[in-house]
Write a protein that binds this ligand. Sequence first.
Ligand code: NAD
Length: 496
Amino acid sequence: MQPMQFIDGQRTSGTGRTHTLVGPATGEVLGTYALASAADVDAAVAAARRAYPAWRRRTPAERADLLLALADGLAARAGELAALESRQTGKSLRLAQEFDVPGSIDNVRFFAGAARQLHGLAASTYWDGATSMIRREPLGVVGSIAPWNYPLQMAAWKVLPAVAAGNTIVLKTSEMTPGTSLLLAQTAAEAGFPPGVLNVLAGDGPECGEALVSHPDVVMSSFTGSTRVGRRVMELASAKGSRVHLELGGKAPLVVFADADVEAAARGAVAGSLINGGQDCTAATRAIVHSSLFEAFTSRVGALMESVRVGDPSDLATDMGALISTGHRDRVAGFVDRARAEGATVVTGGGIPEPAAGTASAPTAFYSPTLLTGVGRDSEIWREEVFGPVLVAVPFETDDEAIELANDTPYGLAASAWTTSTNRALRAADEIEAGTVWVNEHIPIMSEMPHGGFKASGFGKDMSHYSFEEYTQIKHVLIDRTEGPVRAWQSAVFSA
Ligand code: NAD
């Protein structure tokens, strides 16, 4: 059994039940380990609590130096991180090399700089004879929970603003994908992070996750995952009245207006819907296409999807690897099968790709890039998050209808609008209810810009300076400059 917990600067074994790690693209057993139990949560939170007073007193420059050393350590391990990320998730090595790992390292460098820009408003006089100032302070021990789709990136998004601002953290990774988060913690320790500042637990949701959110010494819970579990996290945190930050599910629209460049929109739709096998909260899932372009758009997307090479993730020629598990693959297939039974047309895909299915001795988790048309607005496939390589396309006639369709979802994480008209672009940016609206693009994220949802996609921001709103609190300090014992305003209370 491998030691898969990182507590108080040490790689250690959990004390929970045994978990088996399976490579989704090969079906092979990658190892077994003991999950983190509630007792391990106690140990990790205690370590984070011990580390907090000294960590919060470090100067921003000292924290920034450690973050820069961490970035260098991760860069030196980039190849190892990408290979591990690909092996544990089934995603293509090329995506891990070009997206997950460099994006995470850039995040570390961004927060090294941002750590030194954390000031409140300038001091001034707002009360006669006194000076007020604002301090922006850390919260204490943060408990964060991450999903399996981008394990390293999600760990980075959670850990970096928290520790840059002077908090200490216990991060719970998905039990299916602990490897790269542990390597992040180990690299931080090697870079000189003091024990207890960054702890990583590999545990399940019901035992480890709930114990972390409910722990009395965890002052803030930051969660990325499904809307259902996010609401449970909020409920648990409400019992002790602590802060939450929720990054939840999505059902992103991709709106193709009548004046759009169809080729650009089709390419954007394929990249935007298939990135990470569609297991991306911002993935394009609903193409809303002007009727005059519908035929050209769907036939081009279908052709491009058929050209996508699905297979062995470790082959750099592979475009799309496996989904996270056979269970999740079956869930995705269920959505498509039910849509088909209700009368949807499968333009392409809709099944398990032949070559990939035959190459391994154990069951593997591949699913074909899929485009569906002929779906109704009340259908499950239009409303629910599938989290797989599945795009549905519907036609519209007027711009009003397009905007209404885009907003016809409880979610509001991301959206894109494809148009050559400035007016249409600005209208879409104004009226689409989502935390990100891309124009003539779909997916790009960067460390300087915030990521977070509207509506049922949650609240609070990851990345950028805005993330510090979640991980800091504002203190007003007033210093009176009056000479002598009497303060004029006190006469309102007593006149002696
Ligand atoms: P999930 O909600 O099932 O699990 C997310 C995390 O929560 C995991 O670590 C899991 O172990 C933990 N968890 C499960 N039950 C829990 C409980 N009762 N208490 C505490 N923790 C619990 O989600 P998933 O299947 O791992 O990830 C896919 C989901 O994540 C999708 O809905 C996707 O849209 C969302 N997501 C959102 C963003 C974003 O930035 N908004 C980013 C990535 C993924």
